[in-house]
Design a protein around this ligand. Structure first.
Ligand code: BGP
Length: 485
């Protein structure tokens, strides 16, 4: 007799927490020797539903660097976590966080990106953050590269387009692995690595006057360099700190077929393959055949050094992480709709969308978890999920954000279903537990947090922290290990 059973709730050691990125939360962009990064020169988007990365060109980088006070580049503010980290971590601990995901700014450690000697003040800042987390028993989950690179590398060698960036990055990774050995159990290499095909981010400055083919050629070559750097970082970590684990990080976006017409189903399948390609390389250690065909059909040629394929095969990641905000829809005749802009994928009449046009799909999270577990059989980690919304502060300093609670509750319910389906899920770090600067709009008013920060889009405000209703809700969720939603 084959009698089966299945998990009825989250595993006992489930890692509940929140996620941030240095360039969106820290502020203090020019103190203690920090260098300027690409993130700080991304021009503010003028269209609310567009990604600001579309507005970046070599010229805009030069303009931003020439005048650091230019208000078109507002990301340098963050919410001053650099000076408020004790207060903020105390609030995370009060909610019961088991893990806190944050990124280390490469430019705090190596201001120009490729120096030999690290900047001690930068290393010391992350010592303080990590020690503070350990005081409360919160495990650090560190992203090595979250949408930024020292601007010097972009201006001198167009960032990841150059193979030389691999050595510079792996000098940085080796430095931080050695420094924080035994203190950081989980690492991620590149945040949302696939967004390198959508826009600027870490890749370098894309000359938008180039043909689409030439732009894609540069982007995929830059991504190949990131794949190799990621595999080398995996090797380094396993040698330096054998107990620590390292993961890949994908902006996961499931694509549904617009109709049951097989040509639409096939079009959706191809979009999905193109999305999962990045995790395929990092987790399975090789380029999938379907992408080899895509490159051949589109006349894209990836230059590889003789050892690259062996390095990719030998050092796959230990676990797979992804962000999950929305799903999209495609048809065979839709063209490349996902490519330029996250928010303009096909509309799904069954889904509601956020104020920024992101289609909200909790069941899609279960679908994606089940599919990714089937495909990779490696532990999964949801490291971003959340609702960007405009919050109203009441006269008595409260934020009644039931819409945020509703969004998160529905997604956590579906994660629980996926765990019952047999998915091995390590944890959940919702995006932006404390309000921070939005990546896509560079504004403060698109808020995700359980903790409200008093700062407006112009950077004015007391920076005072206040607990929203969702703060108490998440505290209860963690306390009951996801049973009481
Ligand atoms: C992801 C990024 C984050 C974060 C989040 C929310 O794509 O990894 O950095 O910003 O999206 O996006 P936004 O800030 O644009 O609302």
């Amino acid at each position: 007799m084959y009698k089966t059973t299945y998990p009825k709730g989250f595993p006992k050691d489930f890692l509940w927490g929140g996620a941030t990125a240095a360039n969106q939360v820290e502020g203090a962009w020019n103190v203690d020797g920090k260098g300027i990064t690409t993130a700080e020169v991304v021009e503010k988007a003028t269209d609310r539903k567009k990604m600001s990365m579309d507005a970046v060109t070599t010229d805009s980088i030069k303009a931003a660097v020439a005048d650091p006070t230019d208000t078109r580049y507002p990301k340098r503010r963050g919410v001053d976590f650099y000076h408020h980290y004790k207060e903020d971590i105390k609030l995370f601990a009060e909610m019961g966080f088991k893990v806190y995901r944050f990124s280390i700014a490469w430019s705090r450690i190596f201001p120009k990106g490729d120096e030999q000697q690290p900047n001690e003040a930068g290393l010391a800042f992350y010592d303080r953050v990590i020690d503070e987390l350990h005081r409360y028993g919160i495990k650090p989950l560190v992203t090595l590269s979250h949408y930024e690179m020292p601007i010097n590398l972009t201006l001198t060698q167009n960032g990841w387009a150059s193979r030389a960036t691999i050595a510079a990055f792996n000098h940085f990774t080796e430095t931080v692995f050695k420094r924080y050995k035994g203190k950081v159990p989980y690492w991620l290499t590149f945040n949302e690595i696939n967004t390198g095909t959508w826009g600027f981010h870490e890749t370098g400055a894309i000359d938008t006057t180039m043909s689409k083919h030439d732009q894609m050629q540069i982007r995929y070559q830059a991504l190949h360099h990131q794949f190799v750097a990621s595999a080398i970082a995996t090797k380094q970590l396993h040698e330096i700190d054998p107990d620590a684990k390292i993961g890949s990080m994908l902006a996961r976006m499931q694509t549904y077929p617009g109709t049951p017409n097989p040509v639409d189903v096939q079009a959706a399948q191809l979009e999905d393959e193109k999305n999962l390609f990045f995790t395929d390389v990092q987790a399975r250690g090789e380029y999938p055949e379907v992408m080899n065909r895509f490159f051949a059909d589109n006349d894209i040629e990836i230059k590889m050094a003789p050892d690259d394929q062996a390095i990719l095969a030998k050092y796959p990641v230990d676990f797979i992480s992804f962000s999950y905000y929305m799903t999209t829809v495609t048809k065979a005749d839709a063209g490349e709709q996902v490519n330029g802009n996250m928010a303009t994928g096909g509309r799904n009449p069954y889904l509601e969308e956020s104020d920024w046009g992101w289609q909200i799909d909790p069941v899609g999270l279960r679908i994606t978890l089940d599919e990714m577990w089937d495909r990779y059989r490696k532990p999964l980690f949801v490291v971003e999920n959340g609702l960007g919304a405009v919050d109203q502060l009441t006269a008595d300093h409260q934020v009644h954000d039931d819409y945020r609670i509703d969004y998160l509750r529905k997604h956590i319910q579906q994660m629980r279903e996926a765990v019952a389906d047999g998915v091995q899920l390590m944890g959940y770090t919702m995006w932006g537990p404390i309000d921070l600067i939005s990546f896509s709009t560079s504004e403060m008013s698109k808020r995700y947090g359980f903790i409200y920060v008093d700062q407006d889009d112009a950077g004015k405000g007391s920076l005072k922290r206040l607990k929203k209703d969702s703060f108490y809700w998440y505290q209860k969720v963690i306390k009951t290990n996801g049973d009481d939603l």
